[in-house]
Design a binder for this molecule. Structure first.
Ligand code: SF4
Length: 96
């Protein structure tokens, strides 16, 4: 009884179905496309961010203390930040 009350009339279903099926197809695949596009953008941004972070030279610098209270006595405000990229006082600690 409840199903009969909830069921749409056949003429209405046949009228709406040719429009609704392609519309739902487009909407569903658009959502899949948006999710994939967001994944691509997230990976691209993450790789770009990681590339920038790897340019920070402080971890291999002679003046880097590895102490959170004073990371660098020469430039304490920019140590381990993007501002330290191309730091003029960088000296490679591996060179001796
Ligand atoms: S001198 Fe420059 S590169 Fe070296 S630890 Fe300090 S901020 Fe980083």
């Amino acid at each position: 009884m409840v199903l009969q009350l909830m069921a749409l009339p056949v003429w209405l279903v046949s009228l709406v179905q040719p429009v609704l099926v392609p519309f739902c197809f487009v909407v569903a695949w658009s959502m899949v496309g948006l999710i994939l596009w967001n994944l691509v953008l997230t990976v691209r941004d993450g790789v770009g961010r990681a590339a920038v972070m790897h340019k920070i030279p402080c971890a291999e610098c002679r003046y880097f203390t590895n102490d959170h209270r004073l990371k660098c006595p020469i430039h304490p405000k920019i140590a381990l930040t993007e501002s330290a990229i191309d730091c003029p006082d960088f000296e490679d600690s591996r060179l001796g």
